[in-house]
Design a protein around this ligand. Sequence first.
Ligand code: 3PY
Ligand code: MG
Length: 263
Amino acid sequence: MTAAPPPLSQLVADGRQALLGWAELADPMIAGMMARAGFDAILLDAQHGFHNEATVVAGITEAALCGKPALVRVAVGAYPLAARMLDYGAAGVVAPMINTAEDASRFVTEVKYPPLGGRSWGPTRAMQIQRQTDPQAFLAEQNARCAAIAMIETRSAMDNLDAILAVEGLDGVLIGPGDLSIGLSGGRLDPVGTQVSQAIATILQAARRNGKLACAFAGTQERAADMVALGFDFTTVGYDAKLIGDAFGSAVASVRGRVDRPG
Ligand code: 3PY
Ligand code: MG
Protein backbone atom coordinates (compact mmCIF):
# COMPACT_ATOMS: atom_id res chain seq x y z
CA MET A 1 0.00 0.00 0.00
CA THR A 2 1.24 3.54 -0.76
CA ALA A 3 2.17 5.58 2.31
CA ALA A 4 -0.50 7.96 3.61
CA PRO A 5 -0.39 11.46 2.09
CA PRO A 6 1.68 13.76 4.33
CA PRO A 7 0.13 16.82 5.97
CA LEU A 8 0.82 20.13 4.20
CA SER A 9 3.14 21.27 7.00
CA GLN A 10 5.48 18.38 6.22
CA LEU A 11 5.75 19.42 2.55
CA VAL A 12 7.17 22.79 3.54
CA ALA A 13 9.24 21.73 6.56
CA ASP A 14 12.82 23.03 6.68
CA GLY A 15 12.13 25.81 4.18
CA ARG A 16 11.06 23.49 1.36
CA GLN A 17 8.70 25.02 -1.20
CA ALA A 18 5.84 23.06 -2.69
CA LEU A 19 4.07 23.20 -6.05
CA LEU A 20 0.32 22.89 -6.02
CA GLY A 21 -1.54 21.34 -8.95
CA TRP A 22 -4.79 23.26 -9.51
CA ALA A 23 -7.60 21.05 -10.81
CA GLU A 24 -10.74 22.71 -12.15
CA LEU A 25 -11.69 19.71 -14.26
CA ALA A 26 -13.70 17.19 -12.30
CA ASP A 27 -12.30 13.96 -13.69
CA PRO A 28 -10.36 12.41 -10.79
CA MET A 29 -7.74 11.12 -13.24
CA ILE A 30 -6.56 14.73 -13.64
CA ALA A 31 -5.63 14.78 -9.94
CA GLY A 32 -3.74 11.51 -10.42
CA MET A 33 -1.93 12.82 -13.51
CA MET A 34 -0.88 15.93 -11.61
CA ALA A 35 0.30 13.87 -8.66
CA ARG A 36 2.33 11.56 -10.91
CA ALA A 37 3.76 14.53 -12.81
CA GLY A 38 5.43 15.69 -9.60
CA PHE A 39 3.11 18.26 -8.02
CA ASP A 40 3.51 18.02 -4.25
CA ALA A 41 -0.18 18.51 -3.51
CA ILE A 42 -3.39 18.91 -5.53
CA LEU A 43 -6.20 21.43 -5.12
CA LEU A 44 -9.68 20.41 -6.27
CA ASP A 45 -11.63 23.54 -7.14
CA ALA A 46 -15.30 23.48 -6.15
CA GLN A 47 -15.65 27.28 -6.38
CA HIS A 48 -15.01 28.15 -10.02
CA GLY A 49 -13.97 24.64 -11.06
CA PHE A 50 -16.36 21.81 -11.83
CA HIS A 51 -15.87 19.64 -8.77
CA ASN A 52 -18.83 18.42 -6.75
CA GLU A 53 -18.87 16.29 -3.63
CA ALA A 54 -18.68 12.98 -5.51
CA THR A 55 -15.75 14.08 -7.68
CA VAL A 56 -13.96 15.51 -4.63
CA VAL A 57 -14.18 12.09 -2.94
CA ALA A 58 -12.76 10.45 -6.08
CA GLY A 59 -10.08 13.14 -6.60
CA ILE A 60 -8.82 12.89 -3.02
CA THR A 61 -8.66 9.11 -3.40
CA GLU A 62 -6.79 9.33 -6.71
CA ALA A 63 -4.21 11.75 -5.24
CA ALA A 64 -3.85 9.53 -2.17
CA LEU A 65 -3.11 6.54 -4.46
CA CYS A 66 0.02 8.48 -5.42
CA GLY A 67 0.74 9.43 -1.79
CA LYS A 68 -0.17 13.09 -2.38
CA PRO A 69 -2.46 15.27 -0.22
CA ALA A 70 -5.44 17.08 -1.74
CA LEU A 71 -6.98 20.38 -0.71
CA VAL A 72 -10.44 21.52 -1.68
CA ARG A 73 -11.54 25.08 -2.47
CA VAL A 74 -15.17 25.49 -1.43
CA ALA A 75 -17.58 28.19 -2.65
CA VAL A 76 -17.77 31.66 -1.09
CA GLY A 77 -19.20 31.47 2.45
CA ALA A 78 -19.65 27.67 2.29
CA TYR A 79 -17.87 27.23 5.62
CA PRO A 80 -19.99 24.26 6.78
CA LEU A 81 -18.85 22.32 3.69
CA ALA A 82 -15.25 22.57 4.91
CA ALA A 83 -15.75 19.90 7.56
CA ARG A 84 -17.37 17.62 4.98
CA MET A 85 -14.35 17.93 2.66
CA LEU A 86 -12.09 16.99 5.59
CA ASP A 87 -14.34 14.00 6.36
CA TYR A 88 -13.70 12.92 2.74
CA GLY A 89 -9.97 12.99 3.51
CA ALA A 90 -8.90 16.44 2.31
CA ALA A 91 -5.65 17.66 3.82
CA GLY A 92 -6.99 21.19 4.01
CA VAL A 93 -9.68 23.55 2.84
CA VAL A 94 -9.33 26.85 1.00
CA ALA A 95 -12.06 29.44 1.64
CA PRO A 96 -12.37 32.22 -0.95
CA MET A 97 -13.19 35.87 -0.20
CA ILE A 98 -12.25 35.93 3.47
CA ASN A 99 -12.62 39.65 4.22
CA THR A 100 -12.56 39.96 7.99
CA ALA A 101 -11.31 38.23 11.12
CA GLU A 102 -14.95 37.20 11.74
CA ASP A 103 -15.04 35.41 8.36
CA ALA A 104 -11.78 33.66 9.24
CA SER A 105 -13.10 32.61 12.67
CA ARG A 106 -16.29 31.14 11.22
CA PHE A 107 -14.19 29.20 8.72
CA VAL A 108 -11.77 27.92 11.36
CA THR A 109 -14.69 26.77 13.53
CA GLU A 110 -15.68 24.33 10.77
CA VAL A 111 -12.16 23.03 10.16
CA LYS A 112 -10.95 22.39 13.72
CA TYR A 113 -12.28 20.01 16.36
CA PRO A 114 -13.08 21.31 19.87
CA PRO A 115 -11.76 22.98 21.89
CA LEU A 116 -10.30 25.11 19.06
CA GLY A 117 -13.34 24.83 16.77
CA GLY A 118 -16.67 23.10 16.46
CA ARG A 119 -16.10 20.38 13.85
CA SER A 120 -18.42 17.43 14.27
CA TRP A 121 -17.06 13.88 14.54
CA GLY A 122 -17.48 11.39 11.68
CA PRO A 123 -14.20 10.82 9.80
CA THR A 124 -14.71 7.29 8.37
CA ARG A 125 -13.13 8.08 5.00
CA ALA A 126 -10.53 10.50 6.34
CA MET A 127 -9.21 7.76 8.65
CA GLN A 128 -8.90 5.41 5.68
CA ILE A 129 -7.06 8.04 3.62
CA GLN A 130 -4.68 8.72 6.51
CA ARG A 131 -4.24 4.95 7.18
CA GLN A 132 -5.25 5.58 10.77
CA THR A 133 -7.24 2.92 12.63
CA ASP A 134 -7.18 4.43 16.12
CA PRO A 135 -9.92 7.10 16.43
CA GLN A 136 -8.37 8.76 19.50
CA ALA A 137 -4.97 9.00 17.82
CA PHE A 138 -6.67 10.38 14.71
CA LEU A 139 -8.53 13.01 16.75
CA ALA A 140 -5.38 14.01 18.61
CA GLU A 141 -3.57 15.05 15.45
CA GLN A 142 -6.30 16.52 13.22
CA ASN A 143 -6.22 20.14 14.32
CA ALA A 144 -2.53 20.31 13.49
CA ARG A 145 -2.98 18.24 10.34
CA CYS A 146 -6.03 19.77 8.62
CA ALA A 147 -5.18 23.17 7.17
CA ALA A 148 -7.56 26.14 7.12
CA ILE A 149 -6.40 28.45 4.34
CA ALA A 150 -8.07 31.81 3.74
CA MET A 151 -8.00 33.48 0.33
CA ILE A 152 -6.91 37.10 0.41
CA GLU A 153 -8.42 38.65 -2.69
CA THR A 154 -10.28 41.85 -1.83
CA ARG A 155 -9.55 45.36 -0.66
CA SER A 156 -11.30 44.60 2.68
CA ALA A 157 -9.07 41.59 3.20
CA MET A 158 -6.01 43.80 2.62
CA ASP A 159 -7.34 46.31 5.18
CA ASN A 160 -7.86 43.51 7.73
CA LEU A 161 -4.81 41.45 6.84
CA ASP A 162 -3.13 41.26 10.25
CA ALA A 163 -6.44 40.68 12.06
CA ILE A 164 -7.25 37.80 9.69
CA LEU A 165 -3.79 36.30 10.07
CA ALA A 166 -3.98 36.57 13.85
CA VAL A 167 -7.04 34.28 14.05
CA GLU A 168 -6.07 31.22 16.08
CA GLY A 169 -6.38 28.05 14.04
CA LEU A 170 -6.01 29.76 10.67
CA ASP A 171 -3.04 28.01 9.07
CA GLY A 172 -2.33 30.19 6.07
CA VAL A 173 -3.42 32.47 3.28
CA LEU A 174 -3.68 32.00 -0.48
CA ILE A 175 -3.59 35.03 -2.73
CA GLY A 176 -6.20 35.29 -5.50
CA PRO A 177 -4.52 37.75 -7.89
CA GLY A 178 -7.46 37.94 -10.30
CA ASP A 179 -10.06 39.07 -7.78
CA LEU A 180 -7.48 41.14 -5.93
CA SER A 181 -6.65 43.09 -9.09
CA ILE A 182 -10.34 43.78 -9.78
CA GLY A 183 -10.90 44.91 -6.18
CA LEU A 184 -7.81 47.08 -5.86
CA SER A 185 -8.16 48.78 -9.24
CA GLY A 186 -11.90 49.29 -9.04
CA GLY A 187 -12.74 47.03 -11.95
CA ARG A 188 -9.73 46.04 -14.03
CA LEU A 189 -8.44 42.48 -14.36
CA ASP A 190 -4.65 42.64 -14.13
CA PRO A 191 -3.36 39.74 -12.02
CA VAL A 192 0.30 40.45 -12.80
CA GLY A 193 0.18 44.26 -12.59
CA THR A 194 2.19 46.47 -10.22
CA GLN A 195 -0.70 47.01 -7.80
CA VAL A 196 -1.18 43.27 -7.26
CA SER A 197 2.57 42.63 -7.15
CA GLN A 198 2.89 45.18 -4.33
CA ALA A 199 -0.03 43.57 -2.48
CA ILE A 200 1.60 40.15 -2.92
CA ALA A 201 4.76 41.41 -1.19
CA THR A 202 2.68 42.88 1.65
CA ILE A 203 0.72 39.64 2.14
CA LEU A 204 3.87 37.52 2.10
CA GLN A 205 5.49 39.69 4.78
CA ALA A 206 2.31 39.64 6.90
CA ALA A 207 2.06 35.84 6.65
CA ARG A 208 5.69 35.50 7.73
CA ARG A 209 5.16 37.95 10.63
CA ASN A 210 2.25 35.86 11.86
CA GLY A 211 3.93 32.51 11.33
CA LYS A 212 1.35 31.33 8.77
CA LEU A 213 1.66 29.52 5.44
CA ALA A 214 1.95 31.80 2.41
CA CYS A 215 0.43 30.41 -0.79
CA ALA A 216 0.25 32.05 -4.22
CA PHE A 217 -1.93 31.39 -7.24
CA ALA A 218 0.16 31.84 -10.39
CA GLY A 219 -1.54 31.65 -13.78
CA THR A 220 1.60 30.87 -15.77
CA GLN A 221 4.87 29.01 -15.35
CA GLU A 222 6.84 32.28 -15.49
CA ARG A 223 4.72 33.83 -12.77
CA ALA A 224 5.01 30.64 -10.69
CA ALA A 225 8.80 30.82 -10.87
CA ASP A 226 8.59 34.44 -9.64
CA MET A 227 6.42 33.38 -6.69
CA VAL A 228 8.82 30.58 -5.74
CA ALA A 229 11.72 33.05 -5.95
CA LEU A 230 9.84 35.42 -3.61
CA GLY A 231 9.67 32.58 -1.09
CA PHE A 232 6.06 31.35 -1.12
CA ASP A 233 5.48 28.01 0.62
CA PHE A 234 2.92 26.79 -1.96
CA THR A 235 2.64 28.04 -5.54
CA THR A 236 0.27 26.94 -8.25
CA VAL A 237 1.49 26.51 -11.82
CA GLY A 238 -1.42 27.55 -14.00
CA TYR A 239 -4.38 25.21 -13.86
CA ASP A 240 -5.43 22.05 -15.63
CA ALA A 241 -7.92 23.46 -18.17
CA LYS A 242 -5.39 26.04 -19.39
CA LEU A 243 -2.41 23.66 -19.39
CA ILE A 244 -4.34 21.00 -21.30
CA GLY A 245 -5.82 23.55 -23.72
CA ASP A 246 -2.34 24.97 -24.37
CA ALA A 247 -0.92 21.47 -24.93
CA PHE A 248 -3.67 20.73 -27.51
CA GLY A 249 -2.98 24.05 -29.22
CA SER A 250 0.75 23.47 -29.47
CA ALA A 251 0.28 19.88 -30.71
CA VAL A 252 -1.99 21.08 -33.51
CA ALA A 253 0.32 24.01 -34.35
CA SER A 254 3.36 21.71 -34.39
CA VAL A 255 1.77 19.28 -36.89
CA ARG A 256 0.41 22.10 -39.04
CA GLY A 257 3.87 23.73 -38.96
CA ARG A 258 5.51 20.54 -40.27
CA VAL A 259 2.84 19.88 -42.93
CA ASP A 260 2.60 23.47 -44.17
CA ARG A 261 6.35 24.02 -44.28
CA PRO A 262 7.34 25.07 -47.81
CA GLY A 263 9.65 22.71 -49.72
C1 3PY B 1 -8.19 34.64 -8.19
O1 3PY B 1 -7.20 34.91 -8.87
O2 3PY B 1 -9.03 35.47 -7.83
C2 3PY B 1 -8.40 33.26 -7.77
O3 3PY B 1 -9.32 33.01 -7.03
C3 3PY B 1 -7.53 32.20 -8.32
O4 3PY B 1 -8.31 31.16 -8.79
MG1 MG C 1 -10.70 34.52 -6.71
